[in-house]
Design a binder for this molecule. Structure first.
Ligand code: IMP
Length: 422
């Protein structure tokens, strides 16, 4: 039995969808443990491209059970849309393939409208959220006022709670009535998906099944250890996989961090290695760096070894999956940030305050690029020498071995060095 935690090591969009889908091929149970439909996991299969926002990536593999865990927040309308899209491509989900934790929290239109209001009022200080209602749902969960999926079972609870939430979220009675009727109307298809998440996981563990914990967002967006306040509202690390699912830390047998060969960020907040020049534009165009959820252009920059050292430390990673290496094909030079300069001094730690981080300057190490096409490589030996040197340097800087390299969006455009399931 392996319990494999897969998490993002940057600001999200590292290519977790593709890696998750690949690893789901050997998984029995795939779990989303935090976040909601702010995530957009892009997966390319023989059936075409699919972007999953809340359903775990295991849904694209027959014979895999999927669990949306207690630590998540769910917009039922998005879940419904995704289930319909999966059915359309011949991968219907029902209670035998998908379980939703009764402890996950509900997002409504009122949460989304309230978030839009906050962002508007923040003006220049806005976070640049995905406007999917994630922040208000987690905030109200912490206030112990939000509605949990399991509470949909009681009509009375739905009516009372939604009326109360409407007052807090500045919604009208009419809005509240609409939301209430909507939530009561989905119970026929939604409630059968609710199941005993803890029992499901315990039984999977007891019978030696492979469990894949599918992280969302990235460690630099973690509510506690990310670039606060420019973060999401949940935990995004291996530790939060435990709390979001309901397993002890000792249950995780291996953890893998997904690292894009360069760096991107969407939304506001400091980004030391950001390239606001032609190179940034080139990375964006080549890497198709537009948000899978909001279509916003992503900010692009070089690999940041200081930020990555921080995220590796907070996650305790056993190996790395390096994605989008092919985007760097043919570049003359590639830069790796190995330290920062702050007020004329060299620093090697990742500053805690966003304001301080926005004042650091990256100290770069320059490497020659490589000619040739990594997309065609199917094993490490077939990679151009320059690409191998770049990967070696990432291993040296991070101190973590690379287990998988992705050189394109298709499943077969992958070099598996070490199978993390074994
Ligand atoms: P929220 O999660 O919608 O509240 O957004 C907070 C910040 O996290 C914003 O900068 C978003 O752009 C960013 N964010 C949230 N989810 C993702 C993701 O899946 N990929 C990349 N950025 C994300």
């Amino acid at each position: 039995m392996t319990v494999l935690a897969l998490v993002g090591t940057q600001w999200g969009d590292e290519g977790k969808g593709k890696v998750c889908d690949l690893l789901a091929g050997e998984a029995d149970l795939v779990v989303r443990f935090s976040g909601g439909n702010n995530a957009g996991h892009t997966i390319v299969t023989e059936k075409g491209m699919m972007i999953l926002h809340i359903v775990p990536s295991g849904a694209l593999r027959k014979g895999v059970h999927n669990l949306i865990g207690a630590g998540t927040v769910i917009d039922p309308a998005i879940l419904r849309k995704e289930l319909d899209a999966l059915e359309e491509i011949g991968l219907p989900q029902d209670a035998t393939t998908l379980t939703v934790s009764p402890k996950a929290h509900i997002i409504t239109d009122m949460h989304r409208a309230y978030e839009a209001w906050i962002e508007e009022h923040l003006g220049d200080y806005k976070i640049g959220t995905t406007l999917r209602g994630i922040g208000p749902a987690y905030a109200l969960k912490a206030l112990r006022l939000n509605l949990r999926t399991g509470e949909l079972r009681s009509e009375e609870t739905v009516r009372i709670r939604i009326a109360l939430l409407a007052k807090i979220l500045q919604a009208t009675e009419e809005d509240a009535e609409k939301v209430t009727e909507y939530l009561l109307g989905i119970r026929d298809w939604f409630l059968p998906l609710l199941g005993d998440d803890i029992k499901l996981v315990r039984e999977a563990q007891a019978s030696g099944k492979n469990i894949l914990l599918e992280g969302a967002q990235g460690a630099l967006l973690d509510i506690d250890h990310g670039t606060y306040p420019f973060v999401t509202s949940s935990g995004t690390t291996t530790a939060t996989a435990c709390t979001g699912l309901g397993i002890p830390p000792s249950a995780i047998t291996t953890s893998i961090g997904v690292l894009k060969a360069y760096c991107t960020r969407v939304g506001e907040g400091p980004f030391p290695t950001e390239l606001s020049d032609e190179m940034g534009d080139l990375l964006r165009e080549r890497g198709k760096e537009y948000g899978a959820t909001t279509r916003r252009p992503r900010r692009c920059g070089w690999f940041d070894g200081v930020a990555t050292a921080h995220t590796i430390a907070i996650n305790g990673l056993d190996s790395l999956a390096v994605t989008k290496l092919d985007v760097l094909d043919g570049l003359e030079q590639i830069m790796l940030c190995t330290a920062y300069e702050l007020d004329g001094r060299k620093i090697e730690h990742f500053p805690t305050e966003a304001e301080v981080l926005s004042n650091v300057k990256p100290i770069y190490e320059e490497m020659p690029g490589w000619k040739g096409n990594t997309t065609e490589a199917r094993n490490y030996e077939e990679l151009p020498e320059g690409a191998k040197r770049y990967l070696k340097r990432i291993e040296e800087i991070t101190g973590v071995k690379i287990a998988l390299i992705s050189v394109g969006s298709h499943r077969d455009e992958t070099i598996l060095i070490d199978n993390p399931w074994i």
